[in-house]
Write a protein that binds this ligand. Structure first.
Ligand SMILES: Nc1ncnc2c1ncn2[C@@H]1O[C@H](COP(=O)(O)OP(=O)(O)OP(=O)(O)O)[C@@H](O)[C@H]1O
Length: 436
């Protein structure tokens, strides 16, 4: 049975490159056809298993050098794996920054050439030319040789061609990052249209926001291994945890480490007994919590308009989000914040104490405080998650505690007709003027 076009399956895929410690070693190896054996194997991909179903939009996350581009090149068929099996059903289009153009041809000639290479008929390319040109929006440059283009222009043209071919699989490697904000939005809109038509899309991006907003699934690469794949919100949290872990030089974080320092053993045990959130093992494992631990979030309450625990909430209501904190060491300059995320993991609102005009707090070991955020819910009905964070207020931000899903709330519809498009409900009104 043949696989559905648009599906991707990788089994035990590894890729090694021969690397050399200097030009001399490389030269010697080349001159002796490898007999000098001065190089060593570097494994850019290690034993990757991945299944992607047709119509999935998958974000590939990972730090520089994690193996993301190598993975995409292997899937696109541009690179042969050293070991393992790659099955790709259908025709993938691989969009890399500025790749795929002949520099001496004009933009117009390259569109034709590219379209033909990608499998479009000449008639079809001509039919779509206006659309491609309008989308690329590079003006008279379309009749200039591509070597005169900026990298942004090349990327716009490449993207315009690729999305107009309607591929089974579109692979995008940071191509959007060189465009301006308007182009990024247009690019994402086009990719949404492709997704709705059933194309599979793989997107490498360093922007967690883009991946959260656009992708239904995500994969996290680290040192050539695929260390997690699945739900976008969860993987994005793990990536964030990985980034803050590496900022402290510890590599992959093992979640939150609960090591009593500022508090004595008895005090610590008592604190944990009072606040189960202080030692939540399952949160540590999933990567939904990270931080250096000098201050910890011990509880999060969502209080309704009457000050009691939250009941049925409707758009326009106000809530109070109360974060309880425990300092485990003396810390100066503490900033406390919250972020709301919608069902797809998109961050719809964020604030913190400094942003709200409060001075950074100084806390002594063992001290307990709480911070209230009162927020008007100008949001559409749906389920929302609250991220709670405590960090240093200085320029270089260190998270003391970061909790991915600290609490949730649900906004019900006002009535059965209350279906509003868009993410937010900004205060608005309409008036009718009459001209006699
Ligand atoms: N042709 C090559 N020869 C030798 N090493 C290579 C080659 N291509 C990639 N590598 C190495 O493989 C590792 C993974 O590279 P890759 O470009 O896939 O990472 P990446 O996650 O896409 O990084 P970035 O986010 O910086 O683009 C890196 O250490 C890189 O130096």
């Amino acid at each position: 049975m043949s696989a559905t076009p648009g599906s991707i399956s990788l089994r035990g895929v590894s890729k090694s490159f021969r690397v050399y410690d200097g030009g001399k070693a490389r030269l010697l190896d080349a001159l002796t056809f490898g007999r000098a054996d001065r190089g060593r194997d570097f494994w850019a991909l290690r034993d990757v298993d991945l299944e992607v179903e047709r119509g999935t939009t998958m974000g590939v996350l990972g730090r520089n050098g994690a193996g993301k581009s190598t993975l995409l090149r292997v899937i696109a068929g541009n690179l042969r794996p050293t070991r393992g099996e790659v099955r790709v059903a259908g025709q993938p289009i691989f969009l890399q920054m500025g790749a795929g153009f002949n520099p001496d041809y004009t933009g117009r000639e390259n569109v034709m050439l590219n379209g033909l290479v990608l499998g479009l008929e000449r008639k079809k390319i001509l039919e779509r030319f206006d659309e491609i040109e309008a989308f690329a929006d590079i003006g008279e440059f379309i009749d200039q040789p591509v070597r005169t283009y900026s990298s942004g222009m090349r990327s716009r043209l490449g993207f315009a061609v690729a999305v107009n071919v309607e591929p089974d699989i579109l692979i995008v490697d940071e191509a959007l990052s060189v465009g301006d904000a308007v182009f990024k939005q247009m690019g994402l809109q086009k990719m949404r249209e492709l997704r709705d038509r059933g194309s599979t899309i793989l997107l490498v991006s360093h922007s967690i926001g883009t991946v959260r907003g656009f992708c239904t699934r995500a994969a996290l690469m680290h040192q050539g291994r695929l260390i997690a794949s699945g739900d976008t919100a969860e993987i994005a949290d793990r990536y964030q945890a990985l980034l803050s872990g590496s900022a402290r030089g510890s590599g992959v974080p093992e979640g939150f480490k609960y090591e009593p320092e500022g508090l004595g053993d008895d005090e610590e045990a008592e604190a944990v007994e009072r606040d189960p959130l202080l030692a939540d093992e399952s949160l540590k494992k999933t990567g939904l919590r990270h931080g250096t631990g000098e201050v910890k979030v011990s509880d999060v309450e969502v209080l309704g308009p009457d000050g009691g625990p939250v009941g049925v909430l409707r758009p326009g209501d106000e809530i109070r989000v109360r974060l309880h904190l425990l300092a485990r060491e003396d810390v100066e300059g503490v900033k406390v914040g919250i972020t709301f995320r919608n069902q797809t993991g998109l961050e719809v609102f964020s604030t913190d104490t400094v942003h709200e005009g409060l001075a950074p707090e100084s806390l002594m070991a063992g001290k307990r405080v709480f911070v209230d955020f009162t927020v008007g819910l100008a949001l559409k009905p749906g389920n929302y998650g609250i991220v709670a964070h405590v960090s240093s207020a200085g320029k270089k931000k260190t998270y003391y505690d970061w909790l991915g899903v600290a609490a949730t709330f649900k906004l019900n519809k006002l009535d059965s007709k209350d279906v509003v498009p868009g993410l937010v409900r900004l205060p608005s009104r309409a008036e009718v003027g009459r001209r006699d």
